[in-house]
Design a protein around this ligand. Structure first.
Ligand code: PMP
Length: 429
């Protein structure tokens, strides 16, 4: 990896530290599944940027739309609506069932969840929020209050009325029986029993990801989301499903909620919708939107419904549908998962390979019996991969394993997948 002279000094002199480490890598350009450093060295991107560039970097059709839209209309006063916004709303809702009929477009995933939680509070007239212990929903104040994966410090000093449900984690849950079966139902009942003791009876919503990503790519157990929905109905709460990462084909279906057979009251979409540009959508029913409006719900920000990014969003949806990206993700995902499962047979430090479509978790342990997380090993492998040409991401939460999150662009080829897996194999070795 090469960097221009002064790059690292400039980083430390000029940038506010965000709370985590910087990768000491300077990227000059990116195309398809590849990133390039200043010397032209190639790095394969197994994270789609920040889990966003589902169509690969600088997809030519997106570049074309951006150029054309820039020449005509980029930004407007927020009371004005333009065709690209309506096109994007039509495109997004064309992929969704009835009950997900109306859209509001914002810039980031944090913002989508900020809007969704506010909408649920206005709709129900209540204020308490439930989220999973390893969930991630954003870094702005309200969305961070529902982001327990980073603990309370993500939201700053305490936000009242937010409660934790244990993340379903079959590999490590204390509700896993010695025979390997996992009693998620008892775990869930226990979680709700604790919340009901803490709640003042003002539960407004539960926010949950399609696959818990920051927890280490944890798909929800079969039946889990249906049970969650029933609990929400019982308590008069709205169900918000956050498909920032899982939306638009990533998991082998257009949306993860389809796989579980549950339609959310509010769906939040971001990352994959803009495919690398800042675009998020909050989608809900005509009825919830009506009540939100009647109760004088308000959300208006500078870049809400911006034409430039909405033109991109409409094109992303068109390409996802036209090129059957969900199907491609299912097929390539199986291919990739098989390759990682072969590595699991080869290396006892791989404890589990899991996930769906092109969203695969590879968890590292010190040994498969103790399952003690192999934190330093994972970090060392990630660093070695970066040196030898593969960008991949590892998450490590307290009390949980160290897991790689493999989520390459859905446009990746099988040869590129094999190339990446080989780099990973050599790094482990
Ligand atoms: N929800 C999920 C599931 C996410 O993974 C993220 C980003 N990691 C967010 C919300 C927040 O999105 P953003 O960083 O665009 O605000």
């Amino acid at each position: 990896i090469t960097t221009d002279e002064g790059f690292e000094t400039a980083v430390s002199d000029k940038l506010i530290r965000y709370g985590g480490p910087w990768a000491k890598v300077q990227i000059k350009s990116a195309h398809g599944s590849w990133l390039y450093d200043p010397a032209g060295k190639k790095i394969l991107d197994f994270t789609s940027g920040q889990m966003s560039s589902v169509l690969g970097h600088s997809h030519p059709e997106l570049v074309e739309v951006i150029k054309k839209q820039c020449e005509n209309l980029m930004h407007l006063n927020l009371v004005m609506v333009s065709d690209p916004v309506l096109d994007c709303a039509t495109a997004v809702t064309s992929m969704l069932p009835k009950g997900l009929d109306k859209c509001l477009f914002v810039s980031t995933g944090s913002e989508t969840n900020e809007v969704a939680i506010k909408m649920a509070k206005v709709y129900t007239g209540k204020f308490e929020v439930i989220a999973l212990s390893a969930g991630y929903h954003g870094m702005t104040h309200g969305s961070a209050a529902a982001t327990f994966s980073y603990g309370r410090h993500a939201a700053g000093p305490s936000v009242p009325g937010t409660f934790i449900l244990p993340t379903p984690y079959p590999y490590r849950s204390p509700f896993r029986h010695p025979d390997g079966t996992y009693d998620w139902k008892s775990e869930l009942d226990y979680g709700f029993a604790l919340i009901d003791r803490q709640s003042s009876g003002s539960l407004a919503c539960l926010v949950i990801e399609g696959i818990v990503s920051t927890g280490g790519i944890l798909p929800l157990p079969d039946g889990y989301l249906k049970a969650i929905k029933e609990e929400c109905v019982k308590r008069g709460m709205l169900l918000i499903i956050d498909e920032a990462q899982t939306g638009f084909g990533r998991t082998g279906s257009n949306f993860a909620f389809e796989y579980y057979g549950v339609v959310p009251d509010i769906l939040t979409l971001s990352k994959t919708l803009g495919a690398g540009l800042p675009l998020g959508a909050v989608v809900t029913s005509t009825e919830i939107e009506r009540v939100w409006h009647e109760k004088r719900g308000y959300y208006g920000t500078t870049h809400m419904n911006d034409p430039l990014v909405c033109a991109v969003g409409a094109k992303v949806v068109e390409i996802i549908k036209r090129d059957n990206m969900a199907e491609q993700s299912a097929t390539k995902g199986k291919f990739m998962k098989t390759a990682f499962e072969k590595l699991k047979e080869k290396y006892s430090v791989i404890g589990e390979v899991r996930g769906r479509g092109l969203m695969i978790g590879v968890e590292f342990v010190q040994d498969p019996v103790s399952k003690v997380p192999a934190e330093n090993l994972g970090q060392a492998i990630a660093a070695r991969c970066m040196e030898t040409g593969l960008s991949c991401n590892i998450v490590q939460l307290p009390g949980m394993g160290g897991s790689f999150r493999m989520a390459p662009p859905l446009t990746i080829t099988e040869d590129e997948i094999l190339e990446g897996v080989q780099i990973f194999d050599e790094a482990i070795a």
